[in-house]
Ligand binder design. Structure first.
Ligand code: SF4
Length: 389
């Protein structure tokens, strides 16, 4: 069997990654032209191959992508979103842009998946999608995933992984200590394990599957607002395959693949200006700004870098991905300020254990050492006392 290293050599991985990094260093205006060129190339190839194309819209990045593609004249462009999962300020923009709303996917019992049902049945999306997927494997052991579980604990891979001793499959020590306990007996280690489930399936059932199903039904392939600079599991694939990818199992365009956060925020501001001049030509509704309120405004710091004064990330408000890296007030603190009742429910009542006692995000956040509560403007939690608002 071909090992990971042999495959990397065959696919010229190192060269492709180096070339991609060079493109990431290009000036903004050139990157913007490059993104437009890639978007047009994708459109033409789709047209030749008989595919329709669409934008899967969520937060600021993909709203910016949709407007950008319209602004460069990509014809017959559709936009879809599982809008109901987004913050209300994002939903407002989706409505103004006439984006088609999709529902979360169906469960075997005929009802729709909701965030609460996902937490109850699969577990909590916490840390990152990659880490959650590893913990989920540890929590669901089988003969088939034995080798992967061994790699998650020890970093040792089998023949397919090139017999590495410390592969990236290994969970970092801090999370091994907290979640590695499922393999104590098999590996002769002494780690802890939590009394809640972790899962990476949330996005799949709530967002990805509905969009994939819609795409199949409409013979359509997506433009995505992904950037390699955001890291995560998709960064490597973007570097390997570049902006446009027509693979056997996936077809997609990510025109912003080489963009930095600064680039996307700069383009978001430009697209807002564009929208104010052109919205009526597309039958869209007037908006004060195409930057959803949840992000605050886009400002420049002393180093000349752009940043959002509100939320930094896209995604749902009740999501644990990345929360361990967020400064306080974090998304859970902010939820308490916006909607204390919802906060109470998600923190303490969304799930029930075997004895029927309620629990929620508070249990998960306590376990990983993230604060989530405040009173009288003072933060309560592991990070000490600090004025929040
Ligand atoms: S962003 Fe988080 S909460 Fe929202 S669907 Fe994805 S995993 Fe679930």
């Amino acid at each position: 069997m071909e090992s990971v290293f042999e495959r990397m050599e065959r696919e010229h991985t190192e060269y492709k990654v180096d070339m991609f990094r060079v493109k990431q260093q290009l000036p903004y205006e050139i990157k913007k032209k490059y993104a437009a060129m890639k978007a047009w190339q994708f459109q033409k190839e789709c047209w030749q191959k008989g595919y329709n194309y669409h934008v899967s819209v969520g937060g600021l990045d993909s709203i910016t992508l949709y407007l950008f593609l319209l602004s460069i004249g990509i014809p017959d462009l559709k936009a879809v979103s599982v809008s109901s999962l987004e913050d209300k300020s994002i939903r407002k923009i989706h409505r103004a842009l006439n984006i088609e709303c999709l529902k979360p996917s169906l469960r075997p019992d005929g009802t729709r998946w909701t965030k609460a049902k996902i937490l109850q049945e699969f577990g909590f999306p916490v840390l990152s999608k990659e880490i959650a997927a590893k913990i989920e494997l540890l929590q669901n052991p089988s003969e088939d995933n034995k080798t992967v579980r061994h790699a998650i604990i020890t970093g040792e891979t089998g023949a397919y992984g090139g017999f590495q001793k410390s592969s990236r499959m290994k969970l970092s020590q801090i999370w091994l200590e907290k979640f590695g306990g499922y393999e104590n007996d098999n590996e002769g280690v002494n780690y802890q394990k939590p009394d809640f489930l972790v899962s990476s399936k949330c996005c799949y059932y709530l967002k990805e599957k509905p969009c994939d199903d819609w795409a199949k039904e409409h013979n359509s392939v997506p433009y995505l607002g992904l950037m390699a600079s955001e890291g995560g599991r998709r960064a490597k694939a973007l570097m390997m395959h570049g902006c446009n990818y027509f693979g056997k199992s996936a077809i997609r365009s990510a025109p912003f693949a080489i963009f930095s956060r600064n680039d996307i925020l700069r383009l978001a501001l430009e697209m807002n200006d564009w929208y104010q001049l052109h919205y009526s030509e597309y039958g869209f509704s007037p908006l004060e700004s195409t930057i959803p309120d949840i992000y605050g405004t886009i400002e420049q710091n002393q180093k000349g870098e752009l940043y959002t004064t509100g939320a930094k990330r896209t995604g749902c408000d009740i999501c644990g991905f990345g929360v361990h890296m967020e400064k306080r007030p974090n998304r859970f603190d902010l939820l308490k300020e916006r909607n204390p009742k919802a906060w109470e429910y998600w923190m303490f009542n969304v799930c029930h254990d075997d004895k029927g006692s309620p629990y929620g995000w508070a249990k998960v956040l306590d376990y990983i050492g993230v604060g989530y509560d405040w009173q009288d403007g003072k933060m309560i939690g592991t990070d000490g006392q600090m004025t929040l608002f």
